[in-house]
Ligand binder design. Structure first.
Ligand code: G3P
Ligand code: CA
Length: 369
């Protein structure tokens, strides 16, 4: 894996990187790194989902225009085996399907990774049927402004996201990466609708299955990444996501175990980085203020893994108590300051719903290096 890692386009912040890593661990900071920017990657989480309904082409496009280095499609699949961008197979929470009488009979309950979920599911729809739906804002109580766009945008296919990426690269004259996540891969495989083959086919068809491609494939299931590397011979870099608690589905090893030094070394055999819950980098205290950084960034870097935590959001609701402004949960708090605090731990990137705020935070930290 060492040869693959050398071509990754990351750059941690030198000031925040433990001295033990030395200069060789942070080559991109001094030399330019990814595209036009120096330093950590700013990943447009579900696009620019703070400003547009998530996982729409409008959301991804805005993310790129606001300066995101990577755009992040979560991937699920249709009945006719087309990869589409949604956070989960259930689409009642992010589309207008509930208001469509022609699809009323599709509502049902499934067991999704051991959890009973009722709604409408992508795997019960053909792509043509899914395309008749329109995206809606997931959290209108916090992001009322995004409801302005309800009903305007379709559910995009992965190919449409890749086409958009290519077009914006040309227009903006800079590289724009894609950070696709396989959602519930074991669930879909058991339905006979595996995500792996169409994902690898798509990346190859678009010239993106290379060790130096601006691609980071991510999953909460470590075995999914190991399979992509070993069985599907995926060459693109990969990132293992970890939950704040629990373990991957169909895997007894807990996320906490994966994040110990031995677990990180094991991951480095097939993965290039980790995407932890941000509380695994800096936990909250008992009174919900921001606590003291853990050793995770140093431990991961020692194992040769990059660290790109999720998810940074500007609204008070999601911020530590000491970074909030006022009491309105939908109002913005001190989001730049929160991200600066995290970036100073030596991160290689971060996922944010408001990519422009990520860029400002990165600029603020780099200005001090
Ligand atoms: O993929 C990083 C982050 O998006 C993981 O959380 O649930 O938003 O996909 P989720
Ligand atoms: Ca995701």
């Amino acid at each position: 894996m060492a040869d693959r890692r050398q071509v990754l386009r990351f750059g941690a912040l030198a000031a925040g990187v433990p001295a033990v890593l030395g200069a060789a661990a942070t080559p991109a900071l001094a030399t330019g790194g990814h595209g036009d920017h120096r330093g950590p990657l700013i990943v447009g989480h579900r696009g620019a989902s703070g400003y547009r309904p998530e996982h729409t082409l409008a959301s991804y496009e805005l993310a790129a225009r606001l300066g995101a280095d990577y755009i992040e499609p979560d991937l699920v699949i249709t009945k006719d085996r087309v990869l589409v961008a949604r956070h989960e197979p259930e689409i009642g929470g992010t589309t207008d399907v509930a208001s469509r009488p022609e699809f009323a009979s599709r509502k049902r309950t499934v067991l999704l990774d051991g959890v009973s979920v009722t709604g409408w599911f992508t795997h019960d729809f053909t792509l043509a049927e899914l395309k008749t739906l329109r995206a809606t804002e997931r959290i209108p109580q916090l992001r009322q402004h995004n409801t302005l766009y309800d009903g305007l945008f379709q559910v995009p296919t992965f190919q449409e996201v890749l086409d958009l990426r290519k077009r914006l690269e040309q227009e903006l004259d800079r590289e724009i990466g894609v950070f696709p996540e396989t959602k519930h891969p074991t669930y879909f495989r058991r339905l006979g609708l595996e995500l792996e083959a169409p994902l690898v086919r798509s990346l190859r068809r678009n010239g993106l299955d290379r060790a130096d491609a601006p691609v980071l494939v991510q999953s909460f299931e470590a075995k999914n990444l190991a399979t992509l590397r070993a069985a599907y011979k995926l060459r693109a870099p990969m990132v293992f996501l970890t939950g704040a608690a629990g373990s991957p589905f169909d895997d007894p090893k807990t996320y906490a175990e994966y994040l110990k030094p031995a677990g990180l070394r094991e991951l480095s055999r097939y993965a290039d980085g980790i995407g932890p819950d941000k509380s695994q980098v800096i936990p909250r205290t008992a009174d919900n203020t921001l606590g003291t950084p853990t050793s995770l960034v140093a431990d991961a870097h020692a194992a040769g893994l990059k660290v790109i935590p999720y998810t940074f959001r500007a609204e008070n609701q999601f911020l530590p108590a000491d970074y909030r402004a006022g009491t309105d949960p939908a109002a913005y708090g001190r989001a730049i300051a929160e991200q600066v605090a995290f970036l100073k731990t030596g991160l290689d990137g971060l996922f944010t719903d408001q990519p422009d705020i990520g860029v400002l935070a990165r600029d603020a930290v780099l200005a001090r290096v």
